[in-house]
Design a protein around this ligand. Sequence first.
Ligand code: FES
Length: 174
Amino acid sequence: MKRCQSLVDAGRRQFLTGAGVMTAGAAAATVLPAEARAADPAAALVKYPVNRLANLKDLTANEPFDVAYPDDDAPGVLLKLGTRVAGGAGPDGDIVGFSTVCPHKGYPLAYSTGDKTLNCPGHYSRFDCEKGGQQVWEQATQNLPQYTLRIDDKGDIYAEGVDELLYGRLSNVL
Ligand code: FES
């Protein structure tokens, strides 16, 4: 019984030590400099050189328009979805752009007009173009890289960055 009480005391000490470490960690987190705290949330966007990809007149609703961004080795697509979506560009907020290289193992993706997804013939991953390229099925472990788009007053569509690491690149910096 005495040995049992010793173990209980040892457990209490460990718990209290752990609580002390957690409290110290929380205190350290609250005194981080403002720059360090501000750096984390939106850091996913990778800025590339700005490229003109198309004009509004080139797009037809729910038909993929092939492009390459940020360079010729990075195939992608522009889509006028016909429905306003979060992050959509253009007067109707329905234009989006994505890499069409599967983030799992690099197979080329094909667009499905029926459910507005990009689909992989390799291992059947599917990405929802109305939800920012969110993966909705199978093997990939990241969402589809989506372009940041800007449209000028002439209707020219420019890509200015990508929000995920492109497949096969060790870095998104050119
Ligand atoms: Fe696309 Fe594997 S390469 S799911």
